[in-house]
Design a protein around this ligand. Sequence first.
Ligand code: NAD
Length: 484
Amino acid sequence: MSSLAHFINGASVGGGRTFENRNPATNAVVSTVAEADASVVDQAVQAARKALKGPWGKMTDAERAAIMRKVAEGITRRFDEFVKAEILDTGKPIRDVSHLDIPRGAANFTAFADQMLAHPTEAFRSPTPDGKGALNYSIRVPRGVIAVVCPWNLPLLLMTWKVAPAMASGNTVVVKPSEETPTTATLLGQVMNEAGVPPGVYNVVHGFGPDSAGAHLVNHPGVDGITFTGETRTGTAIMKSAAEGVRPVSLELGGKNASIVFADCDLDVAIEASTRSTFLNCGQVCLGTERIYVQRPIFDQFVNRLKAAAEIQRHGDPFEKTTTLGPLISQEHRRKVLSYYERARSSGATLITGGGVPDMPGAFAEGAWVQPTIWTGLPESHPVLREEIFGPCCHVAPFDTEEEAIALANDTPYGLAGSVFTRDLSRAHRVAAQIEVGILWLNSWFLRDLRTAFGGAKQSGIGREGGVHGLEFYSELRNVCVKL
Ligand code: NAD
């Protein structure tokens, strides 16, 4: 068991209260973690403010980009350490961590280094009464100190997805990782030092949300902008904190994503994508599908095939390459997911598969495991269809017409992502335009290009990141008007 400190001004800072970080696959303690109080958070914010005026603030975009590429190389060089840390914190299978979490975490630094070098700005020539005219042009300047508050479901990937564009735009950051997954953010501090990132540019404070590091950070007046990924309820609290000082927020929040499967689809494609979107990361992906609407002629066939796909998922040691399904993140989250399993049961849902807890051997008996679960037969008003469960489960319901499917998919306060499966090109584009989400996949799921806009509609978020869209949040656009 190790102890984990904060990372402030390029150095480890420990001391004070600590909390336990547990491996959800076994419930064993992985490390004890320092919990930041208001004075530790203040130290981190002050270090970040000072670093804005240091070498980081004087570098050209290209110099900063070169350092960011070294950060990506550093993650890749220490790949095995990052993989192990992420598995111990999350319990997710090695095949996902080594193909998704860590490589994409590194890729965020190269992608955003490139994109920030390539962004355009605008220029306008304006007439003036003296006939000589004026030239307006814009420059982008860093926003300042960015607070990055992160969830636990894709710890390194979602944290670097914010830190990389923030740093590439010339800002400094204070990261508050989830209390469930503190390790890779800390390890990244060492990589930042090795890559030559000046002290104070990247800082990490550990702790919880309310009355702890998270709240201290978002309430700190030295923070110029807050980027957050997590639950809609937390996003609401953070937005209130940001109102003090009129600071901008970028919020990537919860979802209750729907998938529409038309009878003319390629069923193999729809089953493959639906299996991933329901069970990947034990259902703990914000973009995951918890409501599937299937056109009536193929409803039974679809349900049978998804059932078969669920039943070949393999729980097991996360370090084994054959394991496809890890545990949930914590015992607390398992209690929440199992409460929905119970509500579905007591409301008379038809249980297609799962619905309980698997028998796990040896040390894994104490882990936060649940069975992949599929239901049919619940009314649209049921909490299983209204609320984000964030587990390896979905409800499948039949529909008859295109209009009905669109109305069902949109009948939610959330608007993060969705998918549509059909071979009819006209229908595909017609339906895609009517689903109220930030990200819509046709005949696929979670196919991401970092140059595209990412974010949620309705209660799933505010703002878009990805590509040049994040510039709106990570920089200020300053207009310079020159009288000629
Ligand atoms: P969460 O909201 O419980 O916690 C997220 C982070 O916020 C943690 O670091 C937590 O300590 C901190 N926090 C909590 N209360 C706070 C407060 N009052 N002030 C400041 N910080 C506070 O979310 P979670 O359980 O870690 O993550 C799961 C949720 O994240 C799901 O709802 C999921 O849909 C969402 N999510 C969304 C996206 C997206 O891109 N839209 C991506 C991943 C996860």
